[in-house]
Design a protein. Structure first.
Lengths: 338, 372
């Protein structure tokens, strides 16, 4: 990855220039662009950025697309930041390919760009990427589920409540990570649905929505009445699945639900025994680190093999499994968001 | 062109009870189609009903053991309840030749008002629940006032208020989810619509009836609320002056006004009533997901329009029915559930719903020509 080193050198150069330039302004402006304004994950991210901006004495301009996938809205937000003379911005791209030319334009204009949560394609189109290792987050819950089931893991019946039919990056990374952790042969590791493991009973689409999650689980139950493991893309989908299971009396502990996100309602659901385990990610930390890097101009060291800085994911469960590192619900509640 | 005139002549003759000898040979085919057109004009609900029946037959063959079962039909009913309630609201608006893009946003806002006021702010549910209903009524009246007083097209007005109600939702909810357990502890009444109701058990326990055909059906109180609401609105539309005013206003507002109908007041009443029904949808939504999710229901407004259109209500106003909308919602539910159980991907569900919409509107346009 020689290219990466060259880029790092370039970034360092830019950073030096930025630090010099920054010194001459009273208050710098930095931006944060999220996919939407309403998702609690992004709401928390904005709160984290706001707090950090205050601490660093810079002005934060927050913007967002109108809906998940709104590339035009994000393009307009970047153009506004360029014309506002911002020092740089952090962005959660809605469309990881289509936004690349606009990001190049911003970087050519001297702005520092840090991508959060969803890596660009190609990843090195930004100065740096801070994100959750979603495959690892998936593996954690997969390992926990397999260990907790023990011998019963060999004849588990698993339902997957995924995100969307077009399998966005986060969707297949979490799904395939779970399978790898559980010990399922994933075939193509960047695509789900091509596996032939008999333990996979059904894939349904939840769109990460509580109501659609319930509908998806109801349909899955029709196909797999003897399901005993449910993987969910996020905690709202898990809460919806629980309602569907409860309606048919399967809330007696016979079905294990695992999820990913670590939002406060989700962690409380772990505490209540609704969700067996969830992998927690850290949006506040992502945003705060990004702002620090933009303002100081110092990009932290990034493992060239990964290509992005992993802001970490921790497994939260009330029933730790041997050999799988986890934190308690109490710790999880302290770190939760949303 | 010549076919058209020939056809309408035949139709007129048919109405006058002309003898069969007058029908010429080459018109007999067109005559059959005209008769079908006239029949559909009189019974517009027959097409969606036929499509629903067709869907049930197709999926009973495609997914034999899973689809055709009382329990699965109950599931479909539960899955379409929210959209059906919103569809009832949407039908009222579309009957006046309007459209309401804000129904989904009103529903979410009201669910947040009900849930958050009761659970987070600890206000008794006796106050929080009516407050939520009032919120729906107010949102609807705002829509109605802007449409009538500023004389703006409903599409534009509700496009704007969709955004406004959405912003109010984010502001009041702070994007925070209310969990099922917290709701159960603080305001179980709001979850009442999600309570399971088994008709067989009910009739055997209360009346000692052994109605075996009811075995396996699992309804929720939400579904019952939907059916009662639909009946009430059906009654209003067909048996009250307001109902006739709504149809008249939608069919021809100028003629309605000349006939002495206060069309402005009718429109405000319609939008207000629709908003109130959206608040009832909010109650049903809370029952279904157990709590409040400010993120839920993003596509509900378009889904409700889909149900109304597939149910045979004309987007040009003045013609359509509540029964059609219920069937329209069921068609979408049956196709989505049936395609999922047959193992097809979601994209084909979307594809099928799209085809249904276009077919429904095409048929509506075709039926309209008879009255022209």
């Amino acid at each position: 990855m020689g290219k990466w080193n060259i880029m790092k050198a370039a970034v360092a150069g830019l950073a030096f220039y930025g630090a010099m330039a920054g010194a001459s302004y009273a208050a710098d402006t930095v931006g944060l662009i999220t996919k939407t304004e309403t998702n609690p994950f992004f709401v928390k991210m904005r709160e984290g950025a706001q707090a950090k901006a205050k601490e660093l004495g810079v002005t934060l301009i927050a913007a967002a697309g109108k809906f998940d996938g709104d590339n035009d809205g994000q393009v307009a937000a970047i153009e506004n930041l360029i014309s506002a003379g911002a020092k740089g911005f952090a962005i959660v791209p809605s469309d990881s390919k289509a936004i690349v030319p606009t990001i190049k334009k911003a970087r050519d204009a001297g702005l520092k760009v840090i991508v959060l949560d969803t890596p660009l394609d190609p990843m090195d189109a930004a100065d740096a990427t801070f994100a959750t290792d979603n495959r690892k987050a998936g593996m954690l819950i997969g390992q926990w589920a397999a260990k907790t089931l023990g011998d019963k893991a060999a004849d588990a019946k698993i339902v997957f409540l995924d995100l969307a039919t077009n399998q966005p990056t986060v969707d297949f990374l979490r799904d395939q990570g779970f399978m790898q952790g559980f010990g399922i042969d994933v075939k193509d590791p960047n695509k789900y649905g091509d596996e032939d493991d008999k333990r996979i009973c059904d894939h349904e689409i939840s769109q990460g929505d509580q109501e659609k999650g319930r509908t998806a689980m109801e349909n899955a139950l029709q196909k797999c009445p003897d399901v005993n493991v449910v993987y969910t893309i996020n905690e709202p989908a898990a809460a919806g699945a629980w309602e569907a299971l409860k309606a048919v009396g399967k809330d007696d502990g016979s079905v294990m639900i695992v999820s990913i996100d670590g939002g406060c309602p989700g962690v409380k659901n772990v505490q209540a025994g609704v969700i067996g385990a969830t992998s927690q990610q850290y949006p506040l930390k992502m945003a705060a680190m990004a702002l620090e890097a933009i303002v100081s101009g110092k990009i932290p060291d990034i493992d060239p093999k990964m290509g992005f800085l992993d802001t970490g994911a921790q497994l939260i469960t009330a029933k730790p499994a041997e050999g799988v590192t986890s934190i308690s619900v109490e710790e999880g509640l302290k770190l939760c968001w949303g | 062109m010549s076919d058209d005139t020939a056809g309408s002549v035949t139709a007129e003759r048919g109405l006058k009870g002309a003898t069969e000898a007058l029908a010429s040979f080459d018109e007999s085919d067109a005559g059959a189609i005209r008769r079908l057109q006239a029949f559909l004009h009189q019974f517009p609900t027959s097409i969606p009903f036929f499509v629903l029946l067709l869907g049930v037959v197709i999926f009973s063959i495609a997914a034999p053991d899973k689809f055709f079962a009382p329990f699965n039909f109950s599931l479909v009913l539960q899955q379409v309840t929210i959209i059906a309630v919103l569809g009832v609201a949407q039908t009222l608006i579309i009957l006046t030749a309007g459209i309401d893009l804000s129904v989904g946003a009103i529903m979410i806002l009201c669910s947040v008002v009900m849930g958050r006021t009761a659970v987070v702010y600890g206000v008794p549910v006796l106050i929080a629940f009516p407050l939520g209903l009032l919120c729906g009524l107010a949102c609807g009246v705002v829509n109605g006032l802007i449409v009538t007083m500023l004389r703006l097209p409903p599409f534009i007005v509700t496009l704007g208020t969709w955004s406004i109600f959405g912003a109010l939702n984010v502001w009041y909810s702070q994007s925070e989810t209310i969990r099922q357990q917290d709701m159960e502890a603080a305001a179980p009444f709001l979850q009442w619509t999600g309570t399971i109701f088994k008709p067989y058990d009910f009739f055997s326990k209360t009346l000692g009836l052994d109605w075996t055909f009811l075995k396996g059906w699992v309804l929720t109180y939400g579904s019952l609320v939907m059916l009662i609401l639909a009946f009430v609105i059906w009654y209003v539309l067909n048996r009250t002056a307001l109902g006739r005013h709504i149809y008249a206003t939608g069919d021809d507002p100028d003629a309605a006004r000349l006939a002495g109908i206060n069309t402005k007041r009718t429109l405000i009443a319609v939008y207000g009533l629709a908003g109130f029904i959206c608040a009832i949808a909010a109650w049903v939504l809370i029952g279904r997901i157990g709590g409040v999710s400010p993120q839920a229901g993003q596509t509900a407004n378009l889904d409700s329009i889909t149900a109304v259109v597939i149910g045979g209500t004309s987007l040009f106003g003045g013609r359509g029915s509540i029964v059609g909308t219920l069937i329209g919602a069921l068609i979408v539910g049956v196709f989505r559930n049936g395609l999922a159980l047959s193992g097809l991907e979601l994209l084909w569900q979307d594809f099928a719903v799209g085809v249904l919409i276009i077919v429904a509107v095409t048929i509506d346009q075709w039926i309209r020509r008879i009255s022209a």
